[in-house]
Design a protein around this ligand. Sequence first.
Ligand code: BGP
Length: 476
Amino acid sequence: MGFPKKFLWGSATAAYQCEGAWNEGGKGLGEWDEFSHGNPLNLNNESGDVSCDFYHRYEEDLNLAQQEGQNSFRFSIAWDRILPDGRGRVNQAGIDFYNRLIDACLVRGLEPNVTLFHYDLPAALAHEGGWARRGIVDDFVAYAKICFEAFGDKVRLWATINEPKYYSYCTNMVGNYPPNHRCDFDRYYCVLYHEILASAKAVSLYHEMGLPGSIGIVHDSSNVDVAEGTKNPERVRTIADFFYNRLVLDTSITGTLPAGLVPFLRDEGIDSSFAKDEDAAVFEQGKIDWLGMNVYNRMYVTDYTSGETEVFHNNVGARAKTKEGIRIKDWFETAVDPTTKRNLWGREIYPQCMLETLQEIRERYGDIPVYITENGHGEYETPNEDGVVEDDDRIDMMQGYIDKMFEAMESGCKVLGYYAWSPMDLYSWVNGYEKRYGLVYVDFATQKRTPKKSYWWYKDLIEAYRKQHEMQGAES
Ligand code: BGP
């Protein structure tokens, strides 16, 4: 495949994390609005109420992205702006907002890459059981239909759901995202399954509607890397892969549930009654056109040693020393590689996972087109005396991952785009605003935007790619 002539260089956001305007424009209440307004598990006591006010300032942010040389912009639609009650009554002001946003992208040469669900469930649906209720599948498809009808003539890149696995993991295992269930395996698999079913139904509807674009799903890339010295490497790999990847990837790409998953769950005493025979046809008809991969880290695992099931997670940054991971009794546990760097929230920084995850996708699933829909680095940051953030760590980190992406492309992986998370600083789930990811610094008190050093690095990188590959007639 090599280097495509038209590569999408973009950046990615999500509605709740950047829009603000939580109670404007006819928006309904979201599960995250409720969580952020007083739940004691909202550890940093922050909310997306205002964030970087993208709802009002999107033109400025898109101008900066355009001037940086980007040619695509990833954002999500807030379900509760379109359907304030989750279903039924449509909010025209919400439709109008996203039409303005899409037009503003197009006029700047930014291909909109639009995600339908990025964690922010309407509160009305959350109260009914959220993604654990099978009926949500049809609610999601009805919402998707409204979006396809309203924006489908202009949007050519759609994603159904952002990180179904990570969403189910945080809402049901870690318990840090609402509705805050902990180590609940029944719910973890049930929510994940419903998301995948809803995604497949929406994909098949999109294809039936004959719209001029393509549709995918976004997975948080979690390639399983079994630590050296593991006694049962094959068992650990299979179980960890069932836990992290297979339900999303096998089902969305090949149209069939991963062989052996349901019997495995049954044997392990996990409720698998969510899986119905009639779903097979839905999966078969709902195969994605492309795969989005949010690449941050690998899953480095080894044999389970001892102790009860426990999740290790850090939403308070340098105030804790927790390394991210999990121990699942009798299955596997996260291994610690002391030679791998970590960010201050305890997550590995491991560029090699970009190469390994892309090669694994190609080996398993062939030439499915892939977009790196997110990659970025969270940091505490303060501008220097000239008002500029010199974010060399972010530049090093992202350059390292991009080099590995190039290596994967050279080896034949079909990668069509890369999106930096995020164009500007925005809300980081539960972490609040201290954990910054932007290429542009946002002073949240004044809403002033100032490009960081990484902004100029990304601009140069995009320009260099274009010179090298687009102008010299690389493969299209
Ligand atoms: C991804 C999410 C994004 C974003 C990013 C950074 O998993 O899709 O929404 O938040 O990770 O994560 P965090 O903000 O938790 O550090």
